[in-house]
Design a protein around this ligand. Structure first.
Ligand SMILES: [Zn+2]
Length: 93
């Protein structure tokens, strides 16, 4: 798994942590997200779905279950969890 190119986009709000974000990067792709693409928040790890106009929405529980089965999603979540761990270790021996 690799992160694609960073894109600067119109600010959007994470439906979980309510942080306003203005950048996206694909997983294994350099393209911009399309509606219905899955997003993992870089701040809180919340799994969302891109709606029209680049907004994020929470999936339904059924959708979430289906998303978590998709190829690459678990791997991306694992990468997020590792990045959180590394962030927490900053400044520690
Ligand atoms: Zn978030």
């Amino acid at each position: 798994m690799r992160l694609g190119k960073d894109h600067h986009v119109e600010p959007f709000t994470c439906p979980y942590c309510k942080k306003r974000l203005d950048g996206v990067a694909g997983v294994d792709t350099d393209t911009l997200p399309e509606p219905e693409d899955v997003s993992i928040c870089v701040v809180c790890g919340g799994v969302s779905v891109f709606a029209e106009q680049g907004c994020l929405r929470k999936p339904s529980l059924d959708e979430l279950d289906e998303i978590l089965q998709r190829e690459g999603v678990q791997e991306a979540l694992n990468a997020f969890i590792r990045s959180m761990f590394e962030r927490d270790n900053v400044g520690h021996a």
